[in-house]
Each structure stands twice: as C-alpha cells, then as structure tokens.
Design a protein around this ligand. Structure first.
Ligand SMILES: [Fe+2]
Length: 195
C-alpha cells in the first residue's frame, strides 16, 4: 500500500465522518438550549454539507470513488453526543455537555484533515491540498467558536448548579450500567501497567 492509498483511505474516513455529521448535527442543534450555540451548530451543518462536496471534488481529482469506508471513530463520537443529549441535565449544563461532544468531533476532524493535507502535499496534489485546507480552516473556526461558547455557558452552569444543589439522581439506565461496567474493566486492565 503506497502513500496515495493512505491518502485515499484518510479521505474516505473523512467523507464517511462528514456524511454522518450531516445527519447528527441537526439533532445537536435541536437539543442545544442557548440560541447562539444553536445557531453555530446549524451554521456548521451548512458548512459540513459544503465539506462533503469538497471531498467529492478531491476524489474526482484523484480519480477514485468517494465511498467504501465507514468511519467508526465518528460513529463513536456521535454516539457520545447522543448520550450527552439524553443526560438528565438542562439549560446551560446540557449545553456544556453538547459542547464537550461537539468539540471532540471537531478535534477528530482537525486531526484527519491535518494528516491528509500533509500527505497530499508530499504527493504534490496541490488542488487537493487547497480544498482540504479550506475545510480545515472552517473546522478550526468551528472549534474556536465552541470553545468561546463553552466559556460563557460553563460560568452560567456553575451559577445554576449553586442554585439547585440537590444531588437527586435518577437510577442508572441499562446503557449507563453497561458503560459503568466497561469503564471499571478498562481501569482494571490498565492498573498493572500504571502502578
Ligand atoms: Fe467537518
């Protein structure tokens, strides 16, 4: 497998990731409470649709088909985003959870585009580099916007938490119990190498 194939693989991963996001972002925007967070998630949905088109252009330049590789990483991140939406939180605190999930998504994409740009550069694929760089810049701005919104909403959430310090917890769902169990197993497996 040569470097060109690595680039195609990376781009297929990103293509699947962006397509999954086109489906997931409206749910996140709908779940967000803060109007400006809602607006930035909706705005990023429109950008994401453009990013899908750019990737299609890149595949055309490279003479390859766009599809063929499902991105498991993004599937997991979206699932975590879904979990954030289903959490028993409200207002600014729910928004903070959404921002955490959305930021992870952006960082995943930033890593993917950064790597792909470097590979495309090495292969002398200047038009592909230009397309990917345009998208990378959008992802960087989106990530910064989320960070900015997070700063405001974390303060708001901290103030809200002081008002209702109840500690009332719902019983754990089956999904939460499984997650709890898996997390303990991870801890157990890692412990011997850490100590
Ligand atoms: Fe994206």
């Amino acid at each position: 497998m040569g470097l060109r194939d690595v680039l195609i693989d990376e781009l297929r991963d990103l293509y699947s990731a962006e397509n999954q996001l086109v489906k997931a972002l409206p749910k996140m925007a709908k779940g967000a409470k803060d109007p400006s967070l809602k607006a930035s998630l909706s705005n990023h949905l429109e950008e994401t649709k453009g990013q899908v088109l750019r990737l299609r252009q890149a595949f055309e330049i490279l003479g390859k088909k766009a599809t063929g590789e499902h991105c498991n990483g993004m599937e997991g991140l979206i699932e975590e985003g879904q979990d954030a939406l289903e959490k028993d939180e409200e207002g600014a605190t729910l928004d903070v959870c959404i921002i955490g999930a959305a930021s992870r998504v952006e960082h995943y994409e930033i890593a993917g585009y950064t790597a792909s740009i470097e590979i495309a550069k090495a292969l002398g694929e200047r038009d592909v580099v230009a397309l990917l760089t345009e998208t990378l810049n959008e992802e960087l701005v989106a990530s910064k916007t989320l960070q900015g919104a997070g700063k405001v909403l974390i303060k708001q959430s901290a103030a809200d938490s002081k008002v209702n310090e109840d500690g009332d917890k719902k019983p754990k769902s089956a999904k939460e119990k499984t997650s709890d169990k898996k997390s303990k197993e991870d801890e157990k497996k890692a412990s011997p190498s850490i100590r």
